[in-house]
Ligand binder design. Sequence first.
Ligand code: MCU
Length: 431
Amino acid sequence: AVLMFAVAVLALAGTLTAVARSTTANAAAGDVVALAGVEDDGADCAISPPGSFPSNSRLPDPFTKLNGQRITSKSDWRCRRAEIRELAERHVYGDKPAKPSSVTGTVSSSNITVNVTHNGRSSSFSAGVQLPSGTGPFPAVVVYGGFGADTAAIRAAGAAVISFDPYAVGREGTPRNNKQGAFYSVYGNTSGTGLLMAWAWGVSRIIDVIEASGGTVLRADVGVTGCSRFGKGAFAAGVFDQRVGLTMPIESGTAGVPIYRGVPGEGAQSLSSAYGEQPWFGDAFSSYTGNPNGAPIDTHQLVAMVAPRGLLILDNPHIANLGPRSASVAALGGAEVYKALGAGANITYHSNVSDGTHCANRSEWRSHITQTIQKYLVRTGSHTGTIAMHSKATGNLSQWRDWTTPTLSDGPTSTTSTTTTTTTTTGDTTT
Ligand code: MCU
């Protein structure tokens, strides 16, 4: 009973926090802007996934819970999201361990250091910092690798650039049974967690250090970006850490934004090719590389996991190998959840670019990058998201879904429902 009480109080606290956040932002900005909160606000949700899932050639319904019921209120999304997260860890990316028992480090105007200890194992890594002009503390964008991201535009918009070397956290070129890097030094080199999740864990630990630094140089308004394999990485970082206020995957390709179910038909890099090229996916995804219809989730639900936070998906329609049409379907499907949460303006998909070069620096994206950084990280500007697909790669969501988008009620915002919940938990404790 005491445990149930604790769980109920946590759930109630989570609900109240979420409500308070979106209400404040609503009043200030006219639409929902999620404030940086915690890494995983559904960590207390009780989830028991079934042992098997029916094959489904369409995109699984993001609004239907594992118990078969559809969610009806915006506050239901928190634990529905936690279900999707659990499936994404078990079947696609591998486990993302919660914050290690010790995370320490430093933030200076040129460098961030991260030291981690968990269960007697330690590792560390560092990242470069380049400040924008002006007076801090500054928001920041974690830039994966050294190419494809418009770092000049990021700094001009008022955010620092954190140069993150993903390979320090999870190396490429290793066999799956001998993974290397700071993540695997702590969690073991036979961990089934793939590189994309290891890298995402690294970004979360950078955010831990920024939070603990007390906002002298940087403040914990953090975005993530990267191109190609680092677009896959940036997407995962935003999906699995709700403190990331702006997620900007660029030309991510298979194992990134494109729906797994669409990749074969579009002629994008095959799932088995991506699975075999590097241990990007978790080991458990091997069950689905030849059978995407068996996957219990698809990437539209990962897009949805970013909601209501800022998401700017940048794509290249000229290279079918990148799966741009499948990526647009993921955006369209995920946007249904954004809309149901009243945050439809916070997602953008943009592939209207003329230069076909992979990871080119593109003028067509600059205003979106500037405005989304200012809205979600600097917290001054405004931006209204749209799904803008190039005619070469136009997804059609209706071909991919057999579910409709519900009108979600605003949930337990009233005093009445708060009181009811409190009464119930008190009853549990005294029984
Ligand atoms: C699009 O991302 C990858 C792609 O999945 C790989 O097959 C290819 O080798 O590398 C791309 C990339 O990261 O390019 C920089």
